[in-house]
Design a protein around this ligand. Sequence first.
Ligand code: FES
Ligand code: FES
Length: 140
Amino acid sequence: MRLRVNGRDWEVDAPPMARLLDVLRVQCELPGTKEGCGEGECGACTVLVDGEPVCSCLVPVAHADGAEVTTIEGLGGDHRLQRAFAEHGAAQCGICTPGMIMAALALPSSPSLDDVRVALAGNICRCTGYHAIYRAILRA
Ligand code: FES
Ligand code: FES
């Protein structure tokens, strides 16, 4: 199978039902995508597949064959969302943060607070609470 991850082509040697999350973290050596629940409920593992946010713990790698995948590493560390999360105290332990940012990336420009709430409805944070996260996204 072939994946294009953060602009780089990968020939992946994995069973078709291997989780995209594991392929990204182990084969592609991109550990920025986190595993929380492992069953589609927390959003920590969110990546973009062809521009759409997905829970990579639920996606068999075969479903991403030929797709363009973007992980948190693809943002390079100085993306406006990453800066805003740091500036607004929107991360504590940081486990949820990559998934929050990847989900926020799929928002339209100038989203409302309700847009942000809906876009992040599947992303759970156990330590920061949500106000700082929403504020960071709206500022970014
Ligand atoms: S680890 Fe994938 S949704 Fe929780
Ligand atoms: S910052 Fe710890 S889970 Fe969100």
